[in-house]
Design a protein around this ligand. Structure first.
Ligand SMILES: [Zn+2]
Length: 309
């Protein structure tokens, strides 16, 4: 059985975001029934005992607290069920949670050389000592089986592949420590339990649908897909920012080229949005945008949601 826990479903900043007074953030502070969420990350496991994270958000400490499956096993002085972290990009909301895992438990960080080069060039990540926290490069279109801390096989195959995206915004206009070629900046993952063949796709950052991506995910049992913005220009029209979704490397939910349209004919059995920005009206219960997404078969997950395949 493949088990997936949504640790956080929100985009950078979370909901509510510390300095934001938008409708969604205000509702999240005011109304206990409103949607609140930490920044996007999932945990997955084949055996229910050893877990791997996809991305390590700045809210990771809080997410672990809220998730008993990730607590130390009773009776052990130092222990974590987290065997590894797979990074799909180098944005702040995907990597900085690693700094909350610095207390000497062994695990492995799996990331493309582009992302590893950024970790290597930022000395603060040296708090993760090389002897206990291995950094393992992963390559595009090359499946790997993340290992358990004792070296045993996890029984899970992860296939990373390139999806349209953007490099980390803090490197915009600056030289990338990994060089000029941007392939590998944004990864999608196909995660498969080897024994059963059950699988799902993790695509929390994706700038647009391509024929290659559509061919991969057609008929998939589960896709976690980029839900950053409803409209490409919503941050600008709401007065919250100066960038479009596209400028940030994120597809919109709505519109002719949006996620709803792009996945409508792909026969994906279960579709969840992940990395949902607090500007997105889909987060408001009763909003027409939410009704439209749900009518198209999409789910808006809450933190802690467990999915089994
Ligand atoms: Zn807000």
């Amino acid at each position: 059985m493949l088990r997936i826990i949504v640790l956080g479903a929100a985009a950078g900043g979370g909901v509510p975001q510390w300095n934001c007074g938008c409708e969604v953030c205000a509702a999240a502070r005011r109304d206990p029934r409103a949607w609140r969420s930490t920044q996007a990350s999932i945990a997955f496991s084949a055996d229910g005992e050893h877990w791997f994270l996809v991305n390590a958000s700045p809210d990771l400490r809080q997410q672990i607290q809220a998730t008993p499956q990730l607590h130390p096993r009773p009776g052990l002085l130092r222990h974590t069920p987290i065997a590894g972290v797979i990074l799909t990009n180098s944005e702040v909301d995907a990597v900085t949670g690693l700094l909350s895992m610095r207390e000497g438990s062994p695990f492995t960080v799996y990331a493309h050389d582009r992302v590893l080069s950024i970790l290597a060039s930022n000395s603060i990540f040296n708090v993760l000592g090389e002897k206990t926290v291995r950094r393992e490069p992963i390559a595009l279109d090359t499946a790997f089986e993340p290992a358990l801390p004792d070296g045993h096989r996890s029984g899970i195959e992860v296939l990373p592949f390139a999806v349209p995206g953007k490099g980390a915004w803090y490197l915009e206009g600056k030289s990338h420590p990994g060089g000029g070629d941007s392939a590998g900046d944004t990864l999608g993952l196909r995660i498969t339990e080897k024994a059963s063949g059950r699988y799902f796709y993790f695509l929390a950052a994706c700038a647009r649908m391509t024929p290659d991506l559509a061919a991969r995910i057609v008929n998939a049992p589960l896709v976690l897909f980029d839900g950053t913005v409803w409209r490409d220009d919503e941050l600008i029209t709401a007065g919250l920012g100066t960038k479009t979704g596209q400028a940030m490397g994120h597809i919109a939910m709505s519109g002719a080229d949006g996620a709803l349209a792009a996945l409508a004919a792909l026969n994906v059995k279960r579709k969840l949005f992940l990395h949902i920005n607090n500007s997105n009206p889909v987060l408001l219960h009763g909003s027409p945008e939410r009704a439209t997404a749900e009518r198209d078969g999409w789910e808006i997950p809450t933190d802690g949601m467990v999915i089994t395949l």
